[in-house]
Design a protein around this ligand. Structure first.
Ligand code: LLP
Length: 424
């Protein structure tokens, strides 16, 4: 049933047999809601990018680590990365085995490296100093080195990871140092990886960076390295501006380019190893949204504020990166309202920066409305916090049968106190 503003979720049948109002009633708000069908179709698009036998999608778990989603992603044929002991733990809980997990960490200590090695994971290190530490932890072992291709891309300076101005990767001009550390610890360099940044909408910089990594692989192989894994990283963008009809990243064009480049390159260099891409956002962003409630509406000066229970403890992206998330509005017996007025949508955290959308053109909101913040499946729940001692929300999954099931309960006050120690 169309509601005040629901054209997008209606068009993709996001809520299946459920209604956002009933979900808010049954599970409470704020609430993360995911759609299994959309998740599966995004994974299939990624897996279908190349038919090259060595091609794999290495889902970047940092975008969303709920094991219910991870196990669907695994069923769809994606392997996975991890960047902390917690991500290894959750990946394994979802059924991933050690040979399906690549550990892509940075600036970690010896026990953390040892934890990954003891669990049988292949590890990527991202500096000479971490390579040396890894060599001491796992002498004679296999290792992947993350290089910085000198090219960056991303939606905010905070998420550009390639280029000389970032903390990531080894500078390719330091190959002599890499080889001497490898030799000192009898390490075998079996793979190379990179990640230029998060959210590109045209593949040009990604393809340039791919070429840099492939040239580097040739260099390393000439020097005797038996490379069997080349990981180009993630960063595939999604259209956040749904209601403005923003175009999707052209995966057809990108896939054709990727497929022909890796196939030709493999033939030319007699390479029969693996190629990874490492998307996080593309797989999970659009299958998720947050439902919240409009608790108060007021005018301060010239601003109309809609005050909701979606503070930046629930969804940090707008506050952190000025990120744009489209919004929908659902109301009991609501009908589409195309009369838009400027409103500033805010949360319930005690900071004036707690803004979800500034002066956004939306149908006029009322107290009691349910708000849907779209494209929140990636870097949503995983970045939620208990700031202001608020409880982290619940998560539900709309299955392929159209029914909602709880995949994470809402936190309780006891959870807030569960790590406290009593002083005697
Ligand atoms: N691989 C590595 C080594 C990464 O650091 C990342 C993301 C990815 C893959 C996946 O990138 P994606 O395909 O999701 O763009 N919190 C920010 C995004 C931070 C991304 C960090 N690294 C946001 O909400 O936009």
């Amino acid at each position: 049933m169309p509601n005040i503003r629901s054209a997008y979720t209606d068009s993709v049948n996001f809520f299946g047999e459920e209604s956002p109002l009933e979900l808010a009633q049954r599970f409470g708000t704020p609430l993360y809601v995911y759609n299994e069908r959309i998740l599966r179709s995004r994974c299939r698009e990624l897996v279908g990018l190349s038919s090259h036998p060595g091609f794999h999608v290495n889902y970047s778990a940092k975008a969303n680590t709920n094991p219910a989603l991870l196990s669907i992603i695994r069923e769809e044929g994606c392997v996975v990365d991890a960047m902390s002991p917690g991500e290894i733990f959750l990946n394994m809980r979802a059924g991933y085995t050690a040979d399906e997990i690549l550990y892509v960490c940075n600036n970690v200590d010896a026990p953390e490296l040892k934890n990954a090695v003891d669990r049988g994971l292949l590890v990527s290190v991202d500096s000479l100093s971490q390579l040396d530490l890894y060599g001491r932890v796992n002498p004679g072992g296999k290792v992947v080195v993350r290089f910085n291709p000198g090219i960056g891309a991303g939606h905010s300076a905070k998420v550009v990871t390639g280029g000389k101005e970032t903390k990531f990767g080894v500078d390719p001009s330091r190959l002599d140092d890499v080889f001497s550390i490898l030799a000192a610890h009898r390490l075998q360099l079996v793979g190379i990886n990179q990640h230029i940044g998060s959210l590109f909408m045209d593949g040009a910089s990604y393809v340039s960076a791919m070429n840099v990594l492939l040239d580097l692989a040739v260099c390393l192989m000439k020097r005797g390295a038996k490379i069997s894994l080349i990981d180009f990283g993630g960063g595939f963008g999604i259209p956040y501006h749904k209601y403005e009809g923003e175009k999707r990243l052209d995966l057809q064009e990108f896939g054709a380019l990727l497929n022909s480049r890796i196939s030709e390159w493999s033939r030319e260099h007699g390479y029969d190893g693996r190629f990874y891409i490492e998307p996080g956002r593309y797989a999970v962003a659009e299958c998720g949204l947050v439902l919240g409630r409009v608790n108060a509406v007021k005018t301060n000066g010239t601003n109309i504020y809609a005050g909701t229970d979606i503070g930046f403890n629930v969804l940090a992206r707008p506050m952190l990166y000025d990120a744009f998330h489209d919004m929908e509005i659902y109301r009991k017996d609501g009908c589409p309202d195309t009369n838009l007025i400027e409103q500033t949508v805010v949360g319930d955290i005690c900071e004036s920066g707690d803004i979800l959308a500034k002066k956004r053109l939306l149908p006029r909101m009322q107290e009691g409305d349910i708000l849907g913040v779209l494209d929140a499946g990636a870097y949503g729940y995983v970045m939620a916090s208990t700031y202001n001692s608020r409880l982290r929300p619940a998560e539900v999954l709309i299955g392929e049968d159209g029914k909602a099931r709880l995949i994470r309960r809402r936190e309780t006050l006891e959870d807030l106190a569960s790590t406290l120690c009593v002083l005697n």
